[in-house]
Design a protein around this ligand. Structure first.
Ligand code: GP9
Ligand code: MN
Length: 415
């Protein structure tokens, strides 16, 4: 009932972390381009296949960006839709099924709605049917102003492969749509080509397939390489369209592309004897890149975090306090960040431990005594439970986000 919201709110707000004052508001007034990179995992970053770089553009971009190398996807069966839900709400998805389907009509306090209320135009670009993952319904609940679905794109036999419109054509056609929007905008792009079963036309193969007993892993590398190329083209097009300088870019991998069914091939690629449960957790890392044109303090950051941290991170970059929000992530730039990620199955990662499968490991992958993991495991359970209570009780019906919204970050401390 409505008293639940008070408890959940108190829990979430007790975990609030103050932003880094140097970065707070650095992107104020700018456009935000978010790119959801289909099935991209961290293990291919700065790595090679058959002697060739898999992600040459992203590797360069990382040199000139904030790059979070210990950033985890937190999705479950809802795949892309889970990643969207987690990123937009700073809440966990469901432990099974997809919250996009089961609770698409709930009230939320999501990024698109918040940013829209603050004068930004919010939209999604994705060349698939609007009802896939129940997006047309859920995007209304999340407060998007516009969803450019497959009907906004010219999709032909020639420019399609696998699941649909090729990423290069998708980005190219999106530029006009982007320019039709009022600024500043908050726009999310969802790529498609690097999706299982990783099909690609010969002419688009820029690296050769890997050679192992897993056709899936073998094909993954050329489609990742193609997606990397598509993003490179998009950055060029943003510059040509004169949008680049007024925009900040957030790129993240949505979830794993290579499941545990391919462990044998994966161990061969990673040159390991076997893939242990510890390794499996490490393989849930996805790239997270924050690129701010003209910014000269970019660096690689080893803070442990996950998709749930994107919302507070972005809110603070745009200069909005999140002290009064209900969220389960933390600003990745906050000096007080606890460096921790909780996965949907209860696995937990910090700077020092990995907990998974009822086993506590140190960061060298050696089993250690359970006590070392206990407080983090408990925190993980609490986070998941409180987040779930919001979904199942539709608790945002009882939450007024505008209430004392104008409070500046430091006012309350001073009072
Ligand atoms: C479909 C795309 C892929 O529109 O987002 O979804 P996935 O299968 O990765 O969840
Ligand atoms: Mn996906």
């Amino acid at each position: 009932d409505s008293s639940d919201i008070v408890e959940v709110k108190n829990y979430a707000q007790a975990n609030h972390k103050e932003p880094d004052p140097e970065l707070f508001g650095i992107a104020e007034g700018k456009n935000v381009v978010m790119i959801s990179l289909e099935s991209l995992q961290t293990f291919v970053i700065n790595n090679t296949v058959n002697g060739e770089e898999v992600t040459p553009f992203l590797n360069d971009l990382i040199e000139d960006s904030y790059y979070f190398e210990n950033f985890y996807h937190q999705t479950a069966q809802g795949k892309t839709s889970d990643s969207e839900f987690i990123v937009e709400n700073s809440m966990f998805g469901r432990d099974s099924g997809s919250v996009f389907f089961t609770h698409g009509g709930n009230e939320y306090n999501a990024l698109p709605e918040i940013l829209s209320d603050k004068g930004m135009y919010s939209s999604v670009m994705h060349a698939n049917n609007k009802s896939f993952w129940n997006r047309d319904i859920m995007y209304q609940s999340l407060g998007y102003d516009q969803f450019f679905d497959i009907n906004s794109y010219e999709v032909t036999e020639e420019n399609s492969v696998g699941w649909g419109l090729k990423d290069v054509d998708f980005f190219e056609q999106s530029i006009d749509l982007l320019q039709s929007q009022p600024q500043p905008f908050y726009t999310k792009f969802i790529t498609l080509t690097n999706h299982f079963p990783f099909e690609l036309d010969e002419e688009d193969k820029m690296v050769d397939e890997y050679d192992s007993n897993s056709g899936t892993l073998n094909r993954f590398f050329p489609t990742v390489r193609y997606m990397d190329h598509a993003v490179e083209r998009f950055f060029e097009e943003m510059k040509e369209a004169d949008l680049y300088d007024d925009t900040i870019f957030i790129l993240y991998g949505d979830h794993y592309g290579i499941s545990e069914n391919h462990n044998k091939a994966m161990s061969m690629y990673l040159d390991k004897d076997e893939i242990t449960p510890f390794d499996t957790v490490q393989l849930q890392r996805v790239p997270m890149i924050v690129h701010i044109p003209g910014h000269d303090k970019h660096k690689t950051i080893d803070t442990v975090g996950g998709q749930i941290d994107v919302k507070p991170t972005l809110m603070h970059l745009l200069g909005h306090s999140t002290r009064n929000d209900i969220q389960f992530g933390t600003d990745l730039f906050s000096p007080e960040n606890e460096s921790m990620a909780v996965l949907r199955n209860g696995s937990v990662i910090t700077d020092d431990i990995v907990y998974t499968n009822n086993t506590c490991y140190n960061k060298d992958g050696e089993e250690i005594e359970a006590e070392a993991c206990e407080p983090y495991v408990e925190k993980g359970i609490q986070d998941l439970e409180h987040s779930d209570r919001i979904i199942y009780g539709d608790l945002f019906r009882f939450f007024d986000s505008q209430e004392d919204d104008e409070t500046e970050p430091d006012e309350e401390d001073a009072a």
